[in-house]
Design a protein around this ligand. Sequence first.
Ligand SMILES: [Zn+2]
Ligand SMILES: [Zn+2]
Length: 167
Amino acid sequence: MKCPVCQAEMVGEDFGGVNVDVCRDGCKGIWFDWFELSKLDQENEGFGGALKEAIESEKINDQDRGQITCPKCKQLMYIHKYKEANKVNVDECYRCSGFFLDSGELQMIRKGFMSEEESADYLQSLLAEVPEYQVQKDDFEKKQIRNAAIVKLTQYIRPSYYMKFFE
Ligand SMILES: [Zn+2]
Ligand SMILES: [Zn+2]
């Protein structure tokens, strides 16, 4: 699969038994899938080399880039902005439930950019920011899965989560 930002070929990495795609040779972005993430077993978490490298990368992507096209289903992805447009964003595809983290976003958070309270706020905004057209066609189960995955994602973007890997 090609990276939606820089078009480099992404590599699969294990993230606690769940496959994520990492832009190892390009912008260091990370591609997840909400539904995969919701299945993640927290007892077996671990990082592959490329994923660790991506997580430790500084932010190198264009902070002002616009919407990106989903690498799987080619539709424009929705940008969940975190407070200011040039900071942490999550790009989500409402069709295939994929989402993309730019390079360095986890690194910025790990450095204390986002406090526990701020990440809790961001969780709420991710849960709430669903376009109306999506709410109408979503079945209840799919929504529950997405919500469970978002809760897990925001656990990963809290500084406290990364302490155990980087201390
Ligand atoms: Zn890339
Ligand atoms: Zn998609």
